[in-house]
Design a protein around this ligand. Sequence first.
Ligand SMILES: [Fe+2]
Length: 258
Amino acid sequence: MVAIMSYVSQNILRSLTDEESKSTSNPTIEVINQVKNYGFVHIKPEYYINSKINLDLIEDMQEKYANLSKDSSPGNRFRAYACYDWLPNEQKFVKQNTTHYFQSKEYNYDDGGKVRLFDPIVEAYLNNPVLKTLIEKDVELAKQTGIIDFESEFQMGFHQIRYKAQGTEPSYSSPVWLHRDDEPLVFVHLFNLSKNVLGGDNLIATDPKTITHIFRLNSPLETLLLTKMPYHAVTPLGSSNGDNAFRDILLITFMNKK
Ligand SMILES: [Fe+2]
């Protein structure tokens, strides 16, 4: 266990410099420092692995991407949605009955300014212990960044999304290029990436003309944590051999109510 923890703390963040790595040994503190300095963190899967998680449980969640409904917006994405309200007086989350989702025009120039209705996420996915662990860790990080006020109401949103490309037809995000999200804190958790993908790479930019980082989420539970500080985008997904290619992710978003 000690050996594993030491491996985790030394390797949890891909983009830390050697000096930064030496200065801290607590993975959560490392993540928080990185968020404060750069506005994003690329987190390795080991950060989320614990004794409650095993490969079968991850596979159970991966299988739930095959039955998602197609998003009516362009981009060949298949998705479902769930949202929870945080009640500060009771210190608990309550699931919303609706699966309407709204983004402002300011942040999504393609699909913003309108309400979109998605299928609900199936209960078996929401109740999987892997998801419970992701939530626990993400809530803790949301608290510690100070970006989300836990003394006020906020929403925790879940977007289960499959990007699916085939032939020469791409799958792509909305908005398609560099942008910032409505939500001030967004966790992009990878669940599956087929071997035949082209693209699907994450971009980080200081402004819409200056890209500073490019990387790909490759392994299940590998994560990108985003704030509104940098711009970001994911490059369109293609298929290298014409067969179905897919990138399965779960976005967990946090936003205080206005
Ligand atoms: Fe985004």
